[in-house]
Design a protein around this ligand. Sequence first.
Ligand code: IMP
Ligand code: MG
Length: 179
Amino acid sequence: MGKYIQSTLISVAELKEMTTRLGQQITADYQDKELVMVGILRGSVVFMTDLMRAINLPMVIDFMSVSSYQGTKSSGVVRIIKDIDVDITDKHVLLVEDIVDTGLTLDYLRKIIMERKPASLAVCTAFDKRAARKIEVPVEYVGLQVPNAFVVGYGLDYQQHYRNLPDLEILADDGVDDE
Ligand code: IMP
Ligand code: MG
């Protein structure tokens, strides 16, 4: 058996409320500015599409792909697989993440974005797994806190599966190995 979906953690209605709230807050904070929203593939895709439509500002979007995860444990090693195509020099960059766990991915991403001299940088994550943090990293916009469990759905995966589940679910382990 291995992994199975245990229970719904955050419903579709709560996710909708979350993106509306974040969108309003970001719209207010960036009045008269143009945004570059940079989604971190692939986990942020579902959140990104909801969030961008909740923000009422001029914007361009782009995506970046990094690898840091093997199974359910963070390796701490981050590699850029696909970089952004837009020039972010002097631009207001909003990095969009699915979940901040150890913080290692985000810490690394903030550093490489800052090297490109944007006008400003802020991070918006759908979910924050605060208890799992290994490194302190600023997160300006947080959707919802989640417990220190492995979650899937709303774009988040376990071995590339479950991203299409519309709500956020807890993935449990029955103790029997998949392999
Ligand atoms: P961090 O570097 O440990 O903060 O890991 C960040 C990345 O790991 C996220 O962008 C996710 O892709 C992935 N991740 C962390 N926790 C979970 C989880 O509970 N479910 C699915 N993916 C996760
Ligand atoms: Mg992932």
